[in-house]
Design a protein around this ligand. Structure first.
Ligand code: HEC
Ligand code: HEC
Length: 234
């Protein structure tokens, strides 16, 4: 090699080192979801190929939920303030940059929820005896519980970065999170809104409202089919 080529070779080496460093500092969220990382298993095996979750197994949907919210949950599960025997080791295995990358990857996936149809369920009249629907759309004002939809959006479709969607989440998952707040096994979150709600609910109310939101996407399709038989069926 003549000295004339030396600067180019050097520049090349510098560029290569810079590329390698940036690859290290910017982990690939999609790759983590498919392959796992640092011994953490692939997320898709439980949360589904498109982050849609697995209702039968009780694995929550992640697609389309706020990045900051998902990242905070991973951090809380890693440090143990959100108790999750199934997620703790996985969350701990990822470093903060990897958690942020995989959180923003899932936040960017399209939500499987049909928000128009779900929002329409909020207009359907609930009967007081239908505890789940009543709590979701009316709340229990005799004990200062606002309607869940007031924060989680009509039909539980989620609102902005802080209020996650509830529609279609597994019933067992929703119930376990409400009980975790009752027992101090999940951080209070923004303004401690959820501990205030959860500690005022009875066991039966938790089961009813969890089943209501879990079944809401199906109920929303049914409602749409009744309203418009020609286009409602899916
Ligand atoms: C063995 C199955 C399994 C694997 C693998 C798994 N998860 Fe989970 N995940 C769960 C379960 C179950 C929950 C619900 C928490 C609980 O029940 O303790 C959950 C909860 C979460 C939550 C909280 C969701 C919310 O709405 O609050 C996030 C975020 C999450 N997982 C991300 C991931 C990521 C990222 C990976 C891959 C690195 C992953 N999970 C791998 C089963 C799994
Ligand atoms: C005053 C506002 C408010 C009301 C009313 C409310 N929530 Fe929430 N909810 C929140 C906030 C904020 C969070 C996010 C908490 C966090 O960041 O940890 C949340 C989170 C949740 C989660 C966790 C979701 C997940 O994927 O991790 C569940 C389950 C939940 N709420 C159920 C309900 C139910 C059921 C009701 C009605 C009985 C209800 N909420 C009423 C504000 C509210």
């Amino acid at each position: 090699m003549t000295p004339r080529f030396l600067p180019a070779a050097l520049a090349c080496g510098v560029l290569f080192a810079a590329a390698a460093a940036s690859a290290q500092s910017a982990p690939d969220g999609k790759q983590i979801s498919i392959q796992g990382a640092n011994g953490a298993p692939a997320c898709i095996t439980c949360h589904g190929a498109r982050g849609e979750g697995n209702p039968a197994a009780g694995f929550p949907q992640l697609a389309g939920i706020g990045a900051k919210y998902l990242d905070e949950q991973l951090e809380a599960m890693a440090n143990g303030s959100r108790v999750s025997p199934i997620m703790a080791a996985t969350a701990r295995a990822l470093d903060p940059a990897q958690r942020a990358a995989v959180a923003s990857y899932y936040a960017g996936l399209p939500s499987p929820l049909d928000t128009d149809r779900l929002a329409a369920t909020a207009m359907a009249l609930a009967k007081p005896a239908d505890t789940g629907a009543w709590l979701a759309t009316r709340g229990a004002w005799d004990k200062n519980v606002p309607a869940c939809n007031q924060c989680h959006g009509p039909g539980g479709i989620g609102v902005g970065a802080n209020f996650p969607s509830l529609a279609g989440q597994p019933a067992a998952y929703i119930a376990s999170q409400l009980r975790a707040w009752q027992q101090g096994q999940r951080p209070p979150g923004p303004l401690a809104l959820m501990p205030a709600v959860a500690t005022r609910l009875t066991d039966a109310e938790i089961d009813a409202v969890s089943a209501y939101y879990a079944g809401l996407p199906k109920a929303a399709d049914l409602l749409a089919a009744q309203a418009n038989p020609a286009t409602g069926a899916k």
